[in-house]
Design a protein around this ligand. Sequence first.
Ligand code: EPZ
Length: 430
Amino acid sequence: MEQYVVKGGVPLRGEVSVGGAKNAALGILAAAIMTDETVTIENVPNVRDTRVLLQAIEGIGAKVKYVYNNSVQINGGSICDLNVEYEYIKKIRASYYLLGALLGKYKESNVALPGGCNIGSRPIDQHLKGFKALGAKVDIDKGVVCAKADKLVGSHIYFDVVTVGATINLMMASCMAEGDTILENAAKEPHIVDVANFLNAMGANIKGAGTDVIRIKGVSRLHGCTYSIIPDQIEAGTFMVAAAATHGDVVVKDVIPKHLESISAKLMEMGCEIVEGDDWVRVIADKELGSTNVKTLPYPGFPTDMQPQMAVALALAKGSSMVTESIFENRFKYVDEINRMGAKVKVEGNTAYIEGVQRISAAQLSAPDLRAGAALVIAALAADGISEIEDIEYIQRGYEDFEGKLSCLGAVIAKVDSDRELQKFKLKIG
Ligand code: EPZ
């Protein structure tokens, strides 16, 4: 099984380019099937989650053509099956975006219910509530959501919780409904805006994305287009925090600095120097890190997907910090792992109480989920000694060539697939 091996203690220095946003790409790839014309999507991150979703899209009969590494063409004109198999949902929850896309286009869709995952139960009640409000009959039969409507009619939908997934699913399901739909208490993440902009490029009429009220005027059909996905806010933030935790000096390129404001603000509170350009952010962390407190919130608050990474940097900061996770109920599984490295973190309820330490030591680690896995890599980069990280397939879900990009910043890291490769690398780095 592949694993990372990391020799810590090297400050990250140099420039790194960020890829397309995974969480925008997953909504956009699903929405692309809503036209029978060809859609070209650029800046698609080549990660496990996008590859699996494209397999699911091919699985229902759409044509998918990989133009080159980060561009893909999709044509939904040949779709012949409205059933999305559990095997895809099991691999990535976001396959449930096909529910909203197929229902919006064909007024019918059957998609296996996503289970919970490593960070929480993650219900989809708001998605189903919205589909019903548009006039769909929604049943759950043997673990499959069966949604069907003679026609979909615009409605005024209020989300009981701010939910990225339901906001995206309902934008898709309502954009070809008859009449107007209003989504209240909508999520405002950059990837919501990106999906709305993509649907509008296909001929939809969506206004207000990025605010908590989104207005959608149904249109009769959507057409092909070419669209480029926004930079990944979380990949960018991960490199920013890695620079801080290793006392490095890194320019993170091809980003939208506005999307990174909450992360930059927290790093500045910790004593990092942040310099912003039009499409880059530089993190200079040559001084000792100071403590601060973090609470995850929907955008523009501090993103939950950056919580584990920030907690690792705070574990290495001088003083005590608190990290409160307000979005998911089980997103502290990395804490046991970093405590084995010498960190001093105690979790009570949805808050981690961190007592900063000067040094942590390498260890054999196991990634519990995608962002916790990235956080463990950051911990290993900052630790004394050589760490080994297993279960990196979680990390590969959301980071394209993570080890390659870190190596370009001076990190001593390799992906190895056997004990022989591991020993060879250890001998090489001494
Ligand atoms: C998206 O998940 C992201 N995934 C997550 O990123 C991200 O952490 C999350 O949004 C929050 O920003 C993708 O975009 C593929 P939600 P999603 O619906 O849509 C509750 C990563 O690391 N809720 O905004 O599933 C839910 O339980 C991943 O890239 C309901 O109660 O998140 C949670 O507590 C991890 N009922 C909260 O809302 C519903 O019907 C936010 O969930 C839907 C959600």
